[in-house]
Design a protein around this ligand. Structure first.
Ligand code: NDP
Length: 298
């Protein structure tokens, strides 16, 4: 079996290189790959790549993810997040391949406090969210076999992340202000990659699982709750933490104005995915604990 992976160097793409490897021959590309085009700003080049490789499965971990910059770079963001995924879907349809793609809680307007279902109405608040929704629609419109996973608050041990920033600030400052009115579930890139591999194996047996799924870790928290968890863990692990527990202040989103509006309710209901693939999604604290253990051991 042949798998074509795009965006191999991103948080999720990096973990997919590991989790997809046992499934078959893996061709993994990035923006600057030489022999085959991996650049999503070039939809025709990407179509040529799919035709040349003729994969059984296409996994798209490439995306324009600079959420604030996207407000001023809508055309490029749209090409990468919507036009090229649409081209991938057309090629998948033509070739009979599966297309695996990732989307986001930013397709919702963040209202209410219930976990969003896949069938709930969308209402993106940002250019990034709009283009990610357009990407979903472009894929669905082709009728190719697909798994689209909407996720949120993705972190990875590799590279920079929110937890590392909090750990640094907690060692430098007496007081921290962290947003407390956005609620979601921190989700590890490793969990996304592992669930992707499991789901692909199921999909190869049962093409009726083709569809859109919400995929996040279990439980929920705010950025303040996430930061407090990370800092408590580091304190207990013996790190020289300067900020006292009661000096981590809760602030509203309005305290940190940014170009792109974020949804306040990023809760995603994952029942459909757990039922379809027979999976139990672990609570967010278990993945974050594992990531912190890796970071602090270095
Ligand atoms: P990253 O920002 O870590 O990685 C994005 C990847 O896209 C990189 O490998 C990057 O490659 C690639 N990319 C960017 N521009 C291009 C281009 N022109 N051509 C080809 N590749 C390009 O993102 P994540 O791994 O976190 O995200 C994976 C998926 O999950 C995306 O679909 C994203 O929308 C979605 N998602 C992410 C969330 C998050 O919190 N991060 C939340 C919800 C959904 P390079 O470095 O070579 O440019």
């Amino acid at each position: 079996m042949k798998i074509l992976l795009f965006g191999k160097g991103g948080q999720v793409g990096w973990e997919l290189q590991r989790s997809l490897a046992p499934l078959g021959e893996l061709v993994a590309l990035s923006t600057d790959s030489r022999t085959l085009c991996g650049d999503f700003s070039n939809p025709e080049g990407i179509a040529d790549t799919v035709r040349a490789v003729a994969p059984d499965i296409i996994v798209n971990a490439a995306a324009y993810t600079a959420v604030d910059k996207a407000e001023n770079e809508l055309d490029l963001c749209r090409t990468i997040n919507a036009t090229t995924p649409g081209v991938l879907a057309q090629e998948a349809k033509r070739n009979g391949s599966w297309l695996i793609h990732y989307s986001t809680d930013y397709v919702f307007d963040g209202s209410g406090d219930k976990p969003w279902l896949e069938s709930d109405p969308t209402g993106p608040l940002s250019a990034y969210g709009k283009t990610k929704l357009e990407g979903e629609e472009a894929i669905l419109g082709t009728g190719c076999k697909h798994l689209i996973f909407r996720t949120s608050w993705v972190y990875a041990a590799r590279g920079g992340n929110f937890a590392k920033t909090m750990l640094r600030l907690a060692q430098e400052r007496d007081c921290l202000s962290v947003i407390d009115d956005q609620i979601g579930a921190p989700t590890g890139a490793d969990l996304l990659a592992d669930v992707t591999a499991h789901s692909i194996r199921s999909a190869l047996q049962r093409s009726d699982v083709s569809g859109l799924y919400h995929l996040v870790a279990g439980g929920e928290t705010s950025w303040h709750g996430y930061a407090s968890f990370v800092i408590d863990f580091a304190r207990q692990a013996g790190l020289d933490i300067k900020v006292a527990p009661d000096a981590i202040q809760r602030v509203p989103t309005s305290a940190f104005p940014l170009p792109a509006t974020r949804p306040k309710n990023s809760r995603l209901n994952t029942r459909k995915l757990q039922n379809a693939f027979g999976l139990d999604l672990p609570h967010w604290q278990s993945g974050v604990t594992r990531m912190l253990t890796e970071i602090l051991e270095k």
